[in-house]
Design a protein. Structure first.
Length: 365
């Protein structure tokens, strides 16, 4: 009797010390072709590469070499991958694979998005680059923000707060699609419904090493006051504040908070009187109701802000459809102007009918 060789398992149990990713594909990253650097941030590098099995180009992300032995950064990297994979929404980039490469280092692959980040777009608008000015007028920018709000509102329903919203983490694709990236600093609330275990990362519910109380995380220029203070009790209104800063930049093409270093910026976030957008950009036309909407999102006391991103989204949609927003008192003339804008065709018909009736009366005297 011929003894059969045991089949090599496609999945193998990693080293017993690998508590972060106990199961990984044995092939690791061998199915990916040469890595070409696309961009790099403070903790990770993003490459483009070819998936040799599916013959398609993908984005490949991995930690910086000097951070690969950091347990905290590895956990955050895993959280970004798992959060992104579980928030299945048109506004998040589909994630293909999470594993370890041939050297045992964590990586994940995702859809390669062709487009530009919002930071680059706003920079070109500040420099008045003609084709960008033509392609991204204020209504288009507001539509981008509405799509971002839809993605974040969906994430909040699942119990996930982004905590690092900024123009650099928003990608606008070639066909108008809008993606929210970089969920590595996301806060996963305890009552999330993202997986069968009712949590993306069960071990993180009581793990304060990920985001120790009193430490600051995120980008200082887009940081909510409660993060700048090091508060632990965060909720969706933290993302509302960041979205308010992004809206401020869209309507003024200026930064709200600037400073020589993170400490100076945080000091301004906590103490500097917030200017009105019209004061910062007096030469730009900024509707007063849109300004009121922006300032509502930027209230320092989170209890004075929009209660949720969904509420902010509703007012943004009302503004785009020439409807009244909830945070602005309209005069009679402003109400009439908005009504005429919404019913322009009807106004034209009524004017034409009036002119026609007048001419008819004139020629039949």
């Amino acid at each position: 009797m011929i003894k059969k060789e045991p089949k090599t398992p496609l999945i193998f149990k990693s080293d017993k010390t690998d508590t972060l990713l106990p199961r990984a594909w044995k092939s690791g990253s061998l199915k990916y072709d040469e890595l070409k650097l696309l961009s790099e941030g403070g903790t990770a590098k993003l490459y483009t590469t070819l998936d040799l099995n599916l013959v398609r180009e993908v984005a490949y992300k991995t930690l910086h070499e000097d951070l690969r032995d950091s347990e905290i950064e590895s956990k955050r990297f895993l959280r970004e991958a798992r959060v992104t994979a579980n928030i299945q929404h048109p506004g998040t980039v589909p994630l293909h694979e999470l594993g370890r490469d041939r050297d045992g280092q964590l990586f994940f692959t995702m859809k390669k998005v062709d487009g530009r980040d919002l930071r680059e777009i706003l920079l070109d608008l500040r420099h008045e680059v003609p084709d960008v000015v033509e392609k991204f007028p204020l209504p288009r920018l507001l539509d981008i923000l509405i799509q971002v709000c839809q993605t974040i509102a969906f994430a909040h329903e699942l119990g996930v707060i982004h905590r690092d919203l900024k123009p650099a983490n928003i990608i606008v694709g070639r066909f108008g699609e809008v993606y929210v990236l970089d969920w590595g600093l996301a806060k996963v609330l305890g009552n999330t419904t993202l997986s069968a275990q009712d949590s993306i990362l069960p071990q993180e519910k009581s793990d304060t090493t990920m985001t120790p109380v009193g430490q600051h995380y995120g980008t200082p220029m887009y940081m909510a006051p409660e993060i700048a203070k090091g508060e632990a009790d965060l909720d969706g209104r933290t993302d509302v504040f960041a979205l308010g800063i992004i809206l401020f930049e869209m309507i003024t093409l200026q930064f709200l908070f600037k400073g020589e270093d993170p400490y100076e910026i945080k000091k301004k976030i906590l103490n500097q009187p917030l200017p009105l957008p019209r004061e910062v950009a007096p030469n730009r036309f900024i509707p007063r109701d849109l300004e009121a909407l922006c300032m509502k999102a930027l209230k320092r006391n989170k209890y004075d802000r929009y209660a949720s991103v969904a509420d902010l989204l509703k007012d943004l949609q009302h503004f785009r459809h020439d409807e009244e927003v909830s945070v602005y008192w309209y005069s009679g003339w402003e109400k009439l102007t908005r009504w005429r804008s919404r019913h322009a065709y009807l106004v034209l018909v009524l004017i034409s009918a009036g002119i026609g009736a007048g001419l008819h009366a004139l020629f039949n005297q």
